[in-house]
Design a protein around this ligand. Structure first.
Ligand code: HEM
Ligand code: SF4
Ligand code: SF4
Length: 517
């Protein structure tokens, strides 16, 4: 059931992402930056909110007029007010898309349960912050939302006196109660920020800022929107009347019309039931957990590379326990590990150029040990070479479980190898594949550029190949016989196209006199 749901979300989202890649390019594609954009709009909302609060009169009598006076100043006050409102609306849209995307990509289970679970209070706090903001304008919409919210809360029977009584008559709402509403709107966002921080606490080097160009572009769009379509108030609140025609902010208030139809009990059921369901989803079937890497102390020299490269902070360096003359040793926290294998690719001992019969490295995946990767690679090289001819160069395509399927490239002297993440590939394996009795070319593939399923698989691989990160690819490896195509899950067509181009390049290299391949 969950799988069907995931696929039905994933299919349209993946195509939309591809569509957006064309004008924006992968790094600026907003659909690949939903979390960072939500952070960005939080800051836009916070800064504009500070201005709005400075000019705001916190009394029942003065609130509406102070907001109106600000709105009259079309060139600044009105823009700040509009930015405050639209940035909050944008956060709702971005959060909903972010949740759907992480869910559809299956990035909410296992070690990732923490980000998922702590995201749920973030949603509640986002709504408390947004709704409480609408109260403060003290217009007809505020009246409608405040009374609705209080009746909703009263249904729970937590307070002795119904809080909705504060809104019975024109005189029943005093400044003290209004100050409480202001207090909620200040502390709601502060607590929201705290929970956003908790949400990303367990993610190693988490990205909270969108690329600068994307930030500038989306901010400019929002400023233009604020000028063209400024946020305005309804008529002042009048507790003696029932507001008739209202222009709701559907991003925050979509539940309120249902209140009139279904009543408070049903809405609490939806809100609590929905949250509870989200809370348990990481533990619903199908549960699959690959075994986490094992550290082989006799091979580990405590170099810390696995610790630095793990995208999930699952490797810790602790005091040496085996008496060997190294200061530290690596240790894996199974609760944080996603079995991506990036640490295996980072380990200096992960090299096939060793004399031992069986390749044993410092840190290895029990379900796909490096000696198995080496054996598969050797077999694939042999098969590819057997079909190799002057016009058909032998090629090895190495990819991951989350991008374009490298298996689709098989045939015509081409063989494939699939890893959990491309970051698991130690650069020395490329040297091995291309040197001596190796293949004519190696093509690397994986997730979309800037959108690695395991966060750092692609950037670390690129850095290792460029000699910017240990372990790096040796200089002697001919770079012209290497090609990377970050095609992504829907990129089978692009992979085939680039493979064809790479094949032609290799034919040229092969047929160039003096080339030793
Ligand atoms: C204001 C709302 C939110 C913001 C600003 C936000 C922001 C972020 C950021 C910045 C990341 C890390 C990106 C990275 O560096 O890889 C992230 C990851 C994630 N978020 Fe959110 N998030 C929000 C709400 C939520 C909600 C409501 C949920 C789910 C209920 C959720 C689930 C996740 C998950 C599962 C990850 C993936 C962690 C991983 O890749 O290990 N987020 N979020
Ligand atoms: S397998 Fe991945 S998540 Fe686990 S320790 Fe290694 S790098 Fe970290
Ligand atoms: S990268 Fe290898 S050698 Fe270095 S600390 Fe990790 S397991 Fe040990």
């Amino acid at each position: 059931m969950l799988k069907i749901l995931q696929k039905s979300f994933r299919w349209p989202l993946a195509w939309l992402e591809l569509l957006f890649d064309k004008p924006f390019g992968p790094p600026w594609n907003p659909l690949r930056q939903l979390g960072t954009l939500a952070f960005f709009f939080f800051w836009v909302s916070a800064v504009s909110g500070i201005y709005v609060f400075i000019v705001f009169d916190t009394s029942v009598g003065g609130a509406f007029t102070s907001v109106e006076a600000m709105t009259q100043q079309w060139y600044f006050g009105s823009v700040m007010r509009s930015l405050h409102r639209y940035a909050s609306d944008a956060m709702v849209v971005l959060t909903v898309l972010h949740v759907i995307r992480e869910f559809s990509l299956d990035r909410y289970r296992g070690a990732r349960w923490y980000s998922w679970f702590t995201g749920i209070p973030v949603v509640w706090l986002l709504f408390v912050s947004g709704i409480s903001g609408y109260w403060l304008v003290w217009d007809r919409l505020a009246q409608y939302v405040a009374i609705g919210s209080m009746e909703w809360i009263d249904w729970l029977g937590i307070f002795g006196e119904p809080v909705a009584n504060n809104f019975l008559t024109q005189g029943s709402l005093d400044d003290r109660f209004f100050s409480l509403l202001v207090f909620i709107h200040i502390f709601g966002p502060l607590f929201l920020l705290f929970m956003m921080w908790v949400h990303i606490l367990r993610i190693n080097s988490s990205k909270t800022n969108p690329p600068r160009g994307l930030a500038v572009g989306s901010f400019t769009m929002m400023v233009v929107l604020s000028f063209v379509w400024p946020a305005v108030s309804h008529a002042p609140a009048d507790l003696g009347t029932v507001p008739a025609v209202l222009n709701l902010d559907w991003f925050f208030m979509f539940l309120y019309p249902l209140f009139d139809v279904w009543g408070p009990g049903a809405l609490w059921g939806i809100a609590f039931g929905g949250s509870l369901f989200l809370c348990i989803t990481p533990w619903l079937p199908p549960l699959k957990k690959a075994r986490v890497p094992e550290v082989f102390l006799e091979q580990c020299n405590g170099c810390t590379r696995c610790f630095e490269d793990c995208p999930y902070g699952a490797v810790a360096m602790r005091q040496r326990t085996d008496g060997r003359p190294f200061e530290k040793e690596a240790v894996v926290d199974p609760d944080l590990c996603t079995s991506c294998g990036i640490c295996v690719g980072a380990c200096p001992m992960s090299t096939p150029f060793r004399h031992a019969n069986k390749l044993v490295t410092g840190i290895d995946l029990p379900d796909l040990p490096l000696n198995m990767v080496q054996a598969r690679m050797a077999a694939a090289i042999e098969e590819a070479r057997a079909e190799n001819s002057k016009d058909t160069p032998s090629i090895m395509v190495i990819g991951c479980e989350h991008g374009a399927d490298p298996g689709k490239a098989q045939g015509r002297a081409t063989r494939s190898l699939t890893l959990p993440c491309i970051g698991m590939l130690p650069p020395s394996f490329l040297d091995y594949a291309l040197s001596g009795a190796g293949v004519d070319g190696v093509m690397l593939t994986g997730c979309n550029d800037c959108d690695c399923f395991h966060r750092f698989g692609i950037p670390w691989t690129e850095d290792r190949l460029a000699g910017l990160r240990d372990p790096y690819l040796r200089k002697r490896v001919p770079r012209e016989r290497l090609h990377a195509c970050w095609a992504g899950e829907k990129g089978a067509g692009r992979l085939t196209e680039e493979l064809e181009g790479f094949r032609r390049r290799l034919i040229d290299i092969k047929n160039t006199p003096g080339d030793g391949t």
